[in-house]
Design a protein around this ligand. Structure first.
Ligand code: PLP
Length: 383
């Protein structure tokens, strides 16, 4: 079987798994404890924080370890909304955010916050001027993702960050960086980002682990009440093994980013061309997207039929994103890009990882052609 679902999750690095096992076996102390085992764990945690911070070019006191990006996005958005409530209750986001941002904003909306959902163009990209045009005095937060998890569309964060701060220097800028880190370069300082979320299992780290960068001086209302761990922003006994593994995966992902971009970017260009040449498929990803994600639709066909046909041919791909693959609603992201319901309901995502070779891509392309041929009578009947 060839695994083509790296935007859903990645197989962890061997070193990451070994590190976690070693720490769980040998350094199991509680970092808050005063004895030797506690101090030993605290040192490992401190070092992990320094590595994560170094990778992003920020201070280690600005890193909060989380259970992943769903938690990170919720802590960031609700934490800002609630802490800065008296300053204003207006938040800006886009129509194509991951559910951990979108639904979080919807919850706040139901509690009285005003949310502006910015549209995207046909390629899934936001116009920075449109973001700037809706910033107000009471806008406390702008939350925009780096790379879209369904289509791979890349947002112009540099321009957006600059315009946000020009329009209102007190408006905070949050970026869900999950699908961009390790694939594209990241510059929190240039983008003027105040809060930044990552999830380790998207770059070959452990599942249930991530980080949230919170710029010095920013206050968040803590969603969980408890101890003072993670600067009081995320109470609970720290998962030291996971933090060390996140640091290791972050460093490896950053070191290999350029090679990833070149190697996987080439495979992506090839795949885009092949998909364009299969008449049944409609390409939804643009040439300018992130190097690892390709999204297309097979109108007239339920996407799970294509997923299972490809699986029989040894190829594991997905419909939409992992967290919404079991709902059969047309994709909110594709609809926001102006795609009709049929296209939005028949999307397939292929996402590549480090391991893929030219030979793997050749095998995938053959399987795609065979599946399209096999399913054509079915889709024609439905259409
Ligand atoms: N944000 C984006 C863009 C994602 O792709 C994902 C995962 O699919 C998440 C957030 C949520 O990450 P996690 O699985 O760590 O909760």
């Amino acid at each position: 079987m060839l695994y083509w679902d790296h935007a859903a999750t990645t197989p962890p690095y061997k070193e990451v798994v070994e590190t976690m096992a070693e720490i769980m076996n040998q350094h199991y102390g509680n970092p808050s404890a005063l004895h030797q085992a506690g101090e030993d764990a605290a040192k490992l945690l401190k070092r992990a924080r320094e590595v994560c911070a170094g990778t992003l070019g920020v201070q280690s006191s600005e890193i909060v370890f989380t259970s992943g990006a769903t938690e990170g996005n919720n802590i960031a958005i609700k934490g800002v909304a609630m802490h800065y409530r008296s300053r204003g209750q207006h938040i800006i986001t886009t129509k194509t955010e991951h559910p951990s941002v979108y639904e979080c904003c919807r919850q706040l909306e139901s509690l009285g916050w005003e949310i502006t959902y910015i549209p995207v163009d046909e390629y899934g990209v936001v116009d920075p001027l449109q973001v700037a045009s809706v910033i107000r005095k009471d806008t406390v937060l702008v939350s925009i993702m780096h790379v879209n998890n369904e289509t791979g569309a890349v947002q112009p964060l540099n321009e957006i960050g600059k315009l946000v701060k020009e329009k209102n220097s007190r408006t905070l800028f949050h970026v869900d960086g999950v699908q961009g880190f390790g694939k594209l370069s990241v510059s929190l300082k240039d983008w003027k980002v105040d809060l930044y979320t990552l999830s380790a299992h998207k770059f070959k780290g452990p599942k249930g682990a991530g980080i949230l960068y919170v710029q010095q001086g920013i206050k968040l209302f803590p969603l969980l009440a408890g101890g003072s761990q993670e600067n009081g922003q995320r109470p609970g006994t720290e998962n030291v093994a996971s933090a060390v593994a996140v640091a290791k995966a972050m460093r490896l992902a950053q070191e290999r980013q350029d090679t990833f971009y070149d190697k996987i970017g080439k495979l992506r260009s090839l795949l885009l061309n092949e998909i364009r040449s299969i008449p049944d498929f409609v390409l939804n990803s643009s040439e300018k997207g992130a190097p690892h994600i390709v999204h297309f639709s097979y109108p007239g066909l339920k996407p799970e039929v294509l997923v299972h046909t490809l699986e029989e041919l040894g190829m594991l791909v997905s419909t939409k994103s992992a967290c919404s693959s079991r709902n059969s609603e047309p994709s909110r992201v594709l609809q926001a890009m102006g795609k009709d319901k049929e296209i939005a309901a028949s999307g397939i995502r292929i996402s590549m990882g480090w391991e893929h070779t030219d030979d793997d891509m050749n095998r995938l392309v053959i399987a795609l052609r065979q599946s399209a041929d096999k399913l054509r009578p079915l889709s024609a009947k439905r259409g």
